[in-house]
Design a binder for this molecule. Structure first.
Ligand code: MTE
Ligand code: MO
Length: 195
């Protein structure tokens, strides 16, 4: 039924998986922006016109390539209209226990996405629906799931995993990584995952 479940991609909800009503779900863009706005799921899905083939790679050493759809980081910045003082974006997950902060530059990277669909289906809650962040060039903990808030800020602050010892930059390191698509382990050379 669901390609994502069939692939057996690990489901990480360290704070506990929430129950989310997609119809009443809201995602707000706030802080140092010209266009603060709260979006309902329907609006987000209507804005989701960008398609990207990219990997989600976990610091726990697995990676999966999916065909994602959503709003590209670049288009998201066009919609939000960040002010010159805005240097970071804080993504907050549903329930507001999990969050992470990325530099604006991460959103300008070609494969970053405010993602609503993967492999042709709306993201289920398990995989961060109705809308999640996706930063293929960074360890997966920057790809916050079921995001309710994108707050543009001036200063960095440590998120959920960063304050538990994971790196602030989340640059993918040279290491062996298990590829969920091919079920093989590969040596990955770091940076954006191309394979
Ligand atoms: N809200 C929330 N988002 C999260 C996490 C989490 O525990 N809670 N885990 C992160 C980590 S460490 C990874 S690797 C990916 C995993 O995404 P998946 O559960 O869709 O496979 O989600 C990230 N986003
Ligand atoms: Mo992860």
């Amino acid at each position: 039924m669901s390609a994502l479940f069939d692939l057996k991609i690990p489901i990480f909800w360290d704070e506990g998986q929430p129950e989310i009503n997609y119809k009443s779900f809201k995602f707000s863009v706030s802080g140092l922006v010209g266009n603060s706005h709260t979006y309902y799921t329907d609006e987000l899905y209507n804005l989701s016109k960008d398609k990207i083939s990219a990997r989600l790679t976990s610091v726990t050493r697995w990676s999966v390539r999916l065909e994602w759809e959503g709003i590209s980081g670049i288009n998201f910045l066009k919609i939000a209209e960040p002010l010159p003082e805005a240097l970071y974006v804080k993504f907050v997950s549903y329930g507001e226990k999990y969050f992470t902060v990325v530099p604006l530059d991460a959103l300008k990277a070609s494969h970053s996405l405010i993602a609503t669909r993967a492999n042709g289906e709306a993201l289920p809650v398990e995989y961060g629906g109705p809308v999640r962040a996706l930063f293929p060039q960074l360890w997966g903990y920057k790809s916050a799931k079921s995001i309710v808030k994108a707050e543009f800020v001036k200063d960095y602050c440590k998120g959920y995993w960063e304050s538990r010892g994971y790196s602030d930059s989340a640059d993918i390191q040279k290491t062996k990584i298990y590829d969920i698509n091919t079920k093989t382990t590969k040596f990955h050379t770091g940076g954006e995952v191309e394979w």
